[in-house]
Design a protein around this ligand. Structure first.
Ligand code: HEM
Ligand SMILES: *[C@@H]1O[C@H](CO)[C@@H](O)[C@H](O)[C@H]1NC(C)=O
Length: 279
């Protein structure tokens, strides 16, 4: 009984909320179902009831023809981009995105039939981070109106393999980014300059490579994991090595003994500035 009253109220609320923002409605229904189920977590099946699933054909009608609404899909999510008609509507510079899920092209820039697809399986992990940024952009600037049948969802709105592939790639991409970020902290890039007559020079300071720190370090050629080319890194010269920061038996040489480093020719081991070898 309690549930029925809540449900009736919920439906009324939703009719109004939907007009305002379908997402508010979804959040509300989620809370409501939890209440009706006595605090039990909702299942995805129930949540799905509240999301519009567009077929490809339905979505293709929203290209803004004759002043109509403009929708586009990204990662299976449909957004109302009518407000951005000048970009997405007929004659707009990005009208090829409207009425379809052209996810891949958001990072490949291939704005043709082959590129405007929702197959993201060939994209790099880096590309996936780009797609996440586009997703945040649409979530923030436009209204989510449903999902579309395609590689990410079937016509009932169940997730398909492409979604799992996406999630996995995203997870890997975030791990890679963490590694890269910590690499940038431990081995900050050097300052560098090059002059026609004097040749090149690399040197370290307390904020080279965009990393502010309380040590200067010395320039070394650094071969980062997964990279065949060396870059100039400023290497910490005291304290324990970064790969074993708790070490009590260290030689107080910082990261100097890391095997992935080599000295610049014509440069002293303790110099904070090194001339670059002539090409
Ligand atoms: C992968 C390549 C690219 C993609 C996927 C892309 C996508 C987009 C999208 C979706 C919009 C509309 C944003 C909105 O809803 O407000 C936009 C706007 C815009 N883009 Fe791009 N773009 C790309 C490359 C470029 C390049 C190379 C340039 C410049 C040479 C450029 C210049 C612009 C400009 C000037 C706007 C309009 C901003 C405004 O008026 O609000 N885009 N782009
Ligand atoms: C040196 O590089 C190799 C391969 O890139 C990596 O596996 C290893 O962890 C690095 N050594 C140190 C001490 O960072």
């Amino acid at each position: 009984m309690k549930g029925n009253i809540a449900l009736t109220f919920g439906i009324l609320f939703c009719i109004f909320a939907y007009l305002y923002d379908p997402k508010t409605c979804r959040t509300y229904v989620r809370a409501l179902l939890r209440f009706v189920n006595g605090g039990e977590e909702h299942s995805d099946d129930r949540l799905k009831l509240t999301v519009t699933v567009f077929s490809r054909e339905e979505l293709s009608k929203y290209k803004g023809m004759n002043g109509g609404d403009v929708y586009l899909a990204l990662l299976g999510n449909v957004y109302d981009v009518t407000r951005g008609r000048k970009h997405y509507g007929p004659g707009g510079g990005y009208s090829f995105f409207s009425g379809i899920d052209g996810s891949a092209a958001f990072v490949t820039g291939e704005f043709n039939e082959k590129g405007l697809v929702d197959d993201i399986s060939k994209l790099s992990n880096q590309d996936i981070l780009g797609l996440e940024e586009w997703k945040s952009f649409y979530e923030k600037d436009y209204k989510f109106v449903g999902i579309v049948e395609g590689s990410f969802y079937d016509k009932e709105g169940n997730v398909r393999d492409m979604m799992r592939i996406y999630k996995k790639k995203l997870e890997d991409a975030l791990l890679e980014k963490d590694l890269l970020d910590s690499d940038r902290q431990l081995f900050p890039s050097c300052n560098s300059e090059w002059a026609q007559n004097k040749g090149g020079r690399v040197w370290c300071s307390t904020k080279s490579g965009g990393i502010s720190r309380d040590w200067v370090g010395v320039p070394r050629m650094y071969y980062a994991t997964g990279s065949s080319k060396a870059r100039c890194a400023c290497v910490r010269t005291s304290g324990p090595p970064s790969y074993d920061p708790q070490s009590t038996s260290h030689k107080d040489r910082g990261d100097l003994d890391n095997p992935n480093l080599s000295l610049y020719p014509n440069c002293n081991a303790d110099s904070i500035s090194c001339p670059l070898p002539k090409k």
